[in-house]
Design a protein around this ligand. Structure first.
Ligand code: ZN
Length: 281
């Protein structure tokens, strides 16, 4: 097995067994987004439990759809353009021409998939298909959340390149699950996003800066805990990353709310029926 196939299979297994952020974090991101809705969307607040229940559907699809797994990440630091200019070609076709379609797919298609899911939501609103709209919104929340998870935007997604293998699960699942009750979001106003694709790339570029901080925090916590992943390790990891982790989760939720609002505006503000957002699973 050559090394890239090997790496690909490891990633495949990892992404199958792990849920991006863990399931709890995805639930929180999705269900909290309704707290940011402006008055005009207040009838959609009833979506909260459905958005939570379907927040990891996109991860579960990986089992049946082999095309799904590249949709959850982008190894942005695999692009020389990113190292040199901190941006990459953002148009999918241009990116394919410039970097080769195979490379673009292999490096993960998260930003483009987030954008196309947004467009689907606009269509669902236009056709007033409220049942489908909430499921599409749940998927959108999942992909937005992945874009705010620092280890989903780096080639060193599991610390395997810096002798920190296993950081993915330690951070997103074990640590978050331990401290989820301490995470609370500040609500604030949201605005219409005019260029969704460019907005997505901006947050991916910005969130990339947290990969370094996270990996440093992991190393320090490991040393502090006597080279073990014990309680001391997790306390230290949380102490060093809790602030920005909370911010990343909060911004995921706020971004999801902005996207839902923008999609509804772009669809021409279809009238939201009173009880259509209610649970029907
Ligand atoms: Zn995911």
């Amino acid at each position: 097995m050559n090394s890239s196939i090997f790496r690909y299979s490891i990633l495949f297994v990892l992404l199958l067994t792990l849920g991006s952020w863990g399931e709890k974090a995805h639930r929180k991101i999705n269900s909290s987004c309704v707290d940011y809705f402006p008055k005009e969307l207040s009838r959609l607040k009833v979506w909260a439990p459905v958005l939570a229940d379907h927040s990891s559907d996109a991860d579960f699809r990986k089992k049946d759809d082999k095309n799904e797994f590249v949709r959850h990440f982008i190894d942005i630091d695999n692009y020389a353009d990113f190292a040199n200019t901190h941006i990459i070609a953002e148009d999918f076709k241009i990116a394919c021409t410039q970097y080769g379609k195979g490379n673009v797919i292999k490096n993960g298609t998260l930003p483009w998939v987030t954008d196309s899911t947004y467009k689907e939501l606009v269509q669902d609103f236009k056709s007033e298909n409220w049942e489908q709209a909430k499921l599409t919104a749940a998927d959108l929340g999942h992909y937005v959340g992945d874009g705010f998870m620092p280890l989903h935007i780096t080639v060193n997604y599991n610390g395997q390149l810096s002798h920190q293998t296993g950081i993915h699960r330690r951070y997103e699942e074990t640590m978050i699950d331990k401290y989820i009750d301490e995470i609370s979001f500040k609500t604030s106003g949201i605005k219409k996003v005019t260029n969704v694709k460019s907005y997505i790339f901006r947050y991916i570029y910005d969130n990339y800066s947290y990969t370094g901080l996270l990996l440093q925090a992991d190393s320090r916590a490991y040393e502090k805990a006597g080279k073990e992943f014990n309680e001391t390790y997790y306390e230290s990891l949380w102490k060093e990353t809790g602030l920005f982790t909370t911010r990343l989760l909060q911004e995921s939720s706020r971004t999801l709310a902005s996207f839902i609002y923008s999609a509804w505006l772009e669809a021409g503000k279809p009238e939201i029926p009173e009880s259509k957002g209610e649970i029907s699973r």
